[in-house]
Design a protein around this ligand. Sequence first.
Ligand code: ADP
Ligand code: 5GP
Length: 188
Amino acid sequence: MKKGKVVIFSAPSGSGKSTLVHFLMEQDASFGFSVSATSRPPRGAEQHGVDYFFYTPDEFRARIAADEFVEYEEVYPGRFYGTLKSQVEQQLMRQNILFDVDVKGGCNLKKYYGDRALFIFVQAPSIEVLRERLVRRGDTSMEEIERRVSKAEYEMTFSKFADRVIVNDDLVNAKKELMTVVEKFLNE
Ligand code: ADP
Ligand code: 5GP
């Protein structure tokens, strides 16, 4: 019998999704984080098994062939990301889970989990602000930033599929809104 509930976060890179995911994890101990797999290299202090399972593109493809993913996407050219069945199936028996996935992954997970899932789309006030945030974060090359920003407009069109859009302009307000929305969902 599956017990946990699911909260899915999707957003263009730089919107503040990771910031809000970490905040929710700190505030509500009922959530575990779904650690995804990726074929991109670690960034900053990221650790294998904590932030992601880091695989080479060949290792990632072998896991696709072995049907190890609930969903996966090639989010940027040559950069695969996916949710491992082994991660979520056991975890969901015990607790609620947070997902941080790209917009297509968000739609697929929402379809998969249905009413058991709350799909939250985090939106930056503008593309310009999004670029500035990625530059200020200081861990992504300019080339990679441009790749991410150029995809952001397309990604924003997916907000209509979410249960809830949170505009992350003022962070304090966004955190407040997030807590209200999630508490309501957990109590339903
Ligand atoms: P994402 O996970 O969506 O790529 P991050 O959470 O890493 O985004 O946020 C991108 C950068 O913007 C980080 O340096 C973060 O500290 C900063 N940030 C997040 N929310 C806000 C906000 N409301 N106002 C200003 N800066 C923010
Ligand atoms: P980043 O490289 O900034 O960590 O992540 C890039 C994008 O990949 C983000 O939009 C993030 O949410 C997404 N992503 C991370 N894990 C997964 C996953 O398991 N599946 C999908 N579809 N996207 C993911």
